[in-house]
Design a protein around this ligand. Sequence first.
Ligand code: G3P
Ligand code: CA
Ligand code: CA
Ligand code: CA
Length: 303
Amino acid sequence: MANWIVLLVAFASVNLSLSVRELEYSTPQSCKELKQTYKITQDGLYYLSTPSGVVYQTYCDMTTAGGGWTLVASVHENNLYGKCTTGDRWSSQQGGSPNVPEGDGSWSNTVTFGTAEAATSDDFKNPGYYGIRAEDVAVWHVPNNELVGRWKLTSFLRYHTETKFLNNYGGNLYNLFKQFPVKYNVGSCPANHGPSVPVVYDVGSATSNHNLYGPNIRANSVPGFITFRAINAERAAMAICSGVKPTGCNNEHCCIGGGGHFPEQSPRQCGDFTSFDWNGYGANTEWSASKQITEAAVLIFYR
Ligand code: G3P
Ligand code: CA
Ligand code: CA
Ligand code: CA
């Protein structure tokens, strides 16, 4: 009798583990797969799986330019006056110091944080950021604290690349930033910038995007690009310049995310939105960005 029970339990657990494995293998690994294989066409939150079977929820844009875009990250500035303080996960939460040249290191590590649903209210990074193999990137600027169902409606900038540039950089930003570390003192401006990739606008335009930065930035950048790993005059590194290719070296006023040290009047330039407030918060004069772009989360998608 006892042997029977042991046998039954063993049989049941084999079946259980089989069904969990089946679930892992049937859960799609990207919104592109969800669209192509499962014919899902609605925008919204879905469950995806990593290759090793970790299931997570994220947002899929199933309509823009053919759809199949997976939200992998959001960069949110919770306090522009807090310079590399709590919430600056895409730069440093440990203060600005040459002793932490990579800051929190989020651009090239496997730490995850946040939830898709809160992606406009806090930072978000899921396993897709480093696990999905993608070709292109899309970026949305969505006002802070918007509900998921209103992201598309309220976004004032949405653009995407079409060159399949990620094929040249390991298939995602995790690998791109391994090649171009977001780290203080790894190179100089302008010689050691990472790639600038042309973008196509789905909402807004290259000009409307440019106008959200200060006039001094407009005079020192070319609109219509996304730039990765820009460096400034003091050898600080930034991750993404949204909508521009810098031609000068004061890129801290239009680029987001970064390493852990910005030497110019330290720590005035540290934080997720770096130095959008140099000539006043939301002022949109001299080097300062507008209030609209300062108070919007940057959502990053792969396809
Ligand atoms: O990033 C701007 C800062 O370096 C100072 O610029 O115009 O006061 O020389 P400016
Ligand atoms: Ca901050
Ligand atoms: Ca943040
Ligand atoms: Ca400067």
